[in-house]
Design a protein around this ligand. Structure first.
Ligand SMILES: Nc1ncnc2c1ncn2[C@@H]1O[C@H](COP(=O)(O)OP(=O)(O)OP(=O)(O)O)[C@@H](O)[C@H]1O
Ligand SMILES: [Mg+2]
Length: 493
């Protein structure tokens, strides 16, 4: 072997080793960026080791195993020992992650061989990256190996069986010759039903579940919601189950339901006590002004009673002693919800009404979302178009939680989540990204069908199954309905 060949080989080995070493730090960086809980546990471990060494508790271990004379003396050797002991678990994390990926890439080749993804020139698609998303979901990026998306789709069951994974979606980036595969090791539910609906208390409701756990919404923690996504995603179904859970468990709650598209979603709910349905834009501004007035009244009431917020009042003995009727009649006895299905209809300028009218609606909504948390007035907005025209930016900045169903364009996904995550969602009704604070998880939202919802509401409010007052008690029920409608107006207890 010539000298030049040996040098070349040595340089190659050196470069390979440097690459391998560098990958450890790349994995560490990625772990930090995606806030990997394993890495954070490792950091806690490193801190504990640091504390043990600082307080010299490790001396006891050295003595116990008879290695006391090897204990580093004070000075630079001790510093070196302490630092390397603390860095070891972090470094090992990087090594483990790098090895896991290497192993994964190696196994991929075997899988491609088994499922017939070997092209005419005998090569296989190449592994590029594996990125954990959330809730156990991973995104695998590979070269397409000259196979179009249809060929990958055809082999999906075989890929799942051989890789022991559950593939949510396969996407193609044709201009780059890449394939993006979203998968998980646990199956993601494709339909989640709403069980035990009567078990939700204190204005909590079921938001959905991922592969591992359930997510429960709590209006006292996250007061306002944005429900976004393209047609057929499940926005109206989500509003239906949320409304039903709250109304069934907290019959004293008040709802202002707006559906300006065709009135189809909410019209049938108007006979339910405590529910006002608006299907005409002409009535929106005055209804919102009423809510703002209620809001001010509640703030005054809370102040006069020395409570910081309605949650505190709900803990008071005064509230605990109240009957449902008393709660609904008392200014501070219940939470109030403003729910708008397709909110673009109320926020968009130039839909046949004057700009001042839209401005007034926007101002009211902004005030309600700003001040609503403390006094129990909540806003839930659903929209297909999540841009700044369809949702007033000031209002949007106050919506603390987002449920985002699939959005096929990057602009839409960016507008709602600040990332392209909504584009990665599979085309499954009810599949959404839940974004709350720093949490962003893929969930399957629960499905409660129309008939079930009607039955539950009819039972709770003693109405007929089509939510009309029952004949034998029509006078009482109608009186009751009128009474609740009146309670939507601001009043003093
Ligand atoms: N969580 C869910 N699980 C399973 N299927 C669902 C779920 N939500 C909705 N669906 C199905 O998808 C259909 C469309 O849902 P929905 O009407 O709620 O969509 P949408 O987002 O409101 O659409 P649009 O913007 O057109 O009003 C429903 O009729 C139902 O069959
Ligand atoms: Mg809808």
């Amino acid at each position: 072997m010539s000298d030049t060949q040996t040098i070349n080989q040595r340089v190659e080995i050196l470069v390979q080793n440097l690459k391998n070493f560098g990958q450890i730090f790349i994995e560490l960086g990625r772990g930090f960026l995606r806030r990997d809980p394993i890495l954070f546990r490792t950091l806690v471990g490193a801190t504990v080791i640091g504390l043990i060494i600082t307080f010299r508790l490790d001396v006891w271990i050295f003595k116990k195993i008879n290695l006391w004379h090897y204990y580093p003396p004070d000075g630079k050797w001790f510093k070196f020992y302490a630092l390397s002991m603390m860095w070891t678990p972090i470094f090992l994390y990087g090594v483990a992650m790098r090895n896991k990926k290497k192993e994964f890439a190696k196994n991929l080749k075997e899988v491609f061989e088994l499922v017939g993804l070997k092209n005419a020139i005998g090569s296989y698609p190449k592994f590029i990256s594996l990125i954990p998303l959330s809730g156990g979901t991973m995104k695998l990026l590979m070269t397409n190996g000259s196979f179009p998306k249809s060929e990958w789709e055809k082999r999906k069951p075989k890929l799942e069986a051989n890789m022991r994974i559950f593939i949510d979606e396969i996407n193609e980036v044709p201009e780059k010759g890449l394939i993006e595969m979203t998968f998980s090791y646990e199956p993601m539910p494709t339909k989640v039903s709403l069980e035990d609906i009567r078990s939700y208390r204190d204005y909590k409701f079921f938001m959905g579940r991922d592969r591992i756990k359930s997510y429960v919404g709590d209006f006292s923690e996250n007061p306002h919601f944005l429900i976004a996504g393209e047609s057929g995603g499940g926005k109206s179904a989500f509003l239906r189950q949320m409304f039903t859970t709250i109304k069934v468990n907290q019959p004293e709650s008040q709802f202002l339901l707006m559906d300006l598209k065709a009135g189809l979603e909410f019209e049938h709910l108007k006979k339910i006590p405590g529910v006002t349905v608006i299907c005409d834009i002409q009535h929106v501004a005055s209804a919102l002004q009423n809510i703002v007035a209620t809001l001010h009244l509640r703030i005054q009431n809370l102040k006069s009673k020395n409570y910081n917020d309605i949650k505190q009042f709900f803990q008071s003995s005064e509230y605990q002693r109240m009957t449902v009727e008393e709660k609904r009649d008392h200014t501070l006895g219940h939470r109030t919800f403003v729910v708008v299905d397709e909110c673009a209809e109320i926020f968009l300028f130039g839909l046949g009404h004057k700009p001042e009218y839209t401005r007034e609606i926007r101002a009211c909504m902004s005030k309600i979302t700003r001040l609503g948390r403390a006094c129990g007035v909540h806003v839930v907005l659903a929209t297909q178009r999540p841009d700044k025209n369809a949702v007033d930016p000031q209002v949007k900045s106050n919506l603390t939680s987002t449920i985002c169903y699939r959005i096929h364009d990057i602009g839409g996904s960016l507008a709602v989540l600040g990332s392209g995550r909504a584009m990665d969602l599979p085309k499954i009704a009810g599949r959404a990204v839940l974004a709350q604070g720093s949490q962003e998880v893929e969930i399957q939202t629960p499905f409660l069908d129309f008939a079930q919802s009607q039955r539950l509401l009819a039972e709770t409010f003693k109405l007929s199954l089509d939510l009309e007052p029952l004949n034998h008690g029509s006078l009482n029920s109608t009186q009751e309905a009128n009474h609740y409608e009146k309670t939507m107006e601001p009043h003093i207890p």
